[in-house]
Design a protein around this ligand. Structure first.
Ligand SMILES: NC(=O)c1ccc[n+]([C@@H]2O[C@H](COP(=O)([O-])OP(=O)(O)OC[C@H]3O[C@@H](n4cnc5c(N)ncnc54)[C@H](O)[C@@H]3O)[C@@H](O)[C@H]2O)c1
Ligand SMILES: CCCCC[C@H](O)/C=C/C=C\C=C\C=C\[C@@H](O)[C@@H](O)CCCC(=O)O
Length: 261
């Protein structure tokens, strides 16, 4: 399994799930642009990856994905540095029910913008060579919690948008496969943010419910989510697929009823 000659851009790549996929992409010989808001974490992560994989394979771009101009610039800088773009993972996400408008901006609006920018750089519509996009949703889109109403809404939105744009890609012959990934609970710093009133506002009172769900359903490691992403990247038959990753069923796919009149 090699991605030699391929270039990937991963948002939220400095930590958690994003970091695990950056690592796996480098292991499979892709060049990677790690796009993240957290400059200190991003620079430290890049320094470690340079030691492990050699300089010149990974670049860190400091960027807030909710700033449209900065996100556009991050895509351009990736192509300027590595000469092309083949894989885009719109992964950056937050969990903030207090500043819920920001949650919509980061988790949904930026995923939509990231998808459109990816298409500008990869779609045959723009005379490019094709590629693949993964948008990160959550099992919260299937098993909601009273603790995270707006987070849940954004993750539903990511699935709806991704399935529709994937259809547009296949019908419009864009040459770009676009899929969505829904992890259950994953052991990352984000998961621990559910404990805090600064993030959760009045919904913090449901944190015991949330903790019970974590105990019931278990907590996954980021490396398994990266493995799921690699499958979405490699399997050229997949477009508009909704991959779920849970402790009970591992990596599997959601099935939808065919539409009837
Ligand atoms: N951890 C879980 O249990 C879990 C479960 C399902 C889905 N997810 C989703 O997976 C994705 C990654 O989450 P994680 O658990 O790795 O979180 P994390 O907080 O560990 O990492 C997220 C990364 O995104 C970056 N980021 C946040 N806001 C940003 C912004 N505006 N611009 C650029 N970068 C930004 C952070 O700096 C961080 O490096 C998110 O979309 C999240 O909703 C997480
Ligand atoms: C701040 C981060 C929040 C993360 C939210 C997280 O993604 C929410 C997960 C919610 C539920 C997970 C449930 C997992 C259940 C499975 O083990 C299984 O029982 C259900 C399988 C259903 C299916 O795959 O069809």
């Amino acid at each position: 399994m090699s991605l030699n000659g391929k270039v990937a851009l991963v948002t939220g790549g400095a930590q958690g799930i994003g970091r695990a996929v950056v690592q796996l992409l480098l292991q499979t010989s892709a060049k990677v642009a790690m796009v993240d808001l957290n400059k200190a974490c991003g620079e430290e992560c890049k320094a470690q990856l340079d030691v492990e994989f050699g300089e010149g394979n990974c670049t860190f771009i400091s960027c807030d994905v909710s700033n449209g101009d900065a996100l556009r610039d991050a895509f351009q800088r990736t192509v300027d540095k590595f000469g092309r773009l083949d894989i885009v993972i719109n992964n950056a996400g937050i969990n903030n029910e207090k500043n819920w408008e920001k949650t919509i901006q980061v988790n949904l609006t930026s995923v939509i913008k990231g998808t459109y920018l990816a298409l500008e750089h990869m779609s045959k519509e723009y005379s490019k060579e094709g590629g693949t996009i993964i948008n990160v949703s959550s099992m919260a889109a299937f098993l909601h919690s009273p603790h995270q109403p707006v987070y849940t809404a954004t993750k539903h939105g990511v699935i709806g948008f991704t399935r529709a744009i994937a259809d547009a890609s296949s019908q419009g012959d864009y040459g770009v496969r676009i899929n969505v990934l829904c992890p259950a609970f994953v052991d990352t710093p984000l998961l621990h943010s559910v404990e805090h009133e600064d993030n959760m506002g009045k919904f913090v009172k449901f944190k015991d419910d949330f903790r019970r769900s974590m105990t019931k359903f278990g907590v996954l490691q980021p490396s398994l989510i990266a493995e799921g992403m690699m499958r979405l990247i490699m399997d050229t038959t997949l477009n508009g697929a909704v991959m779920k990753i849970t402790c009970s069923k591992g990596i599997h796919f959601h099935t939808y009823e065919p539409m009837s009149a």
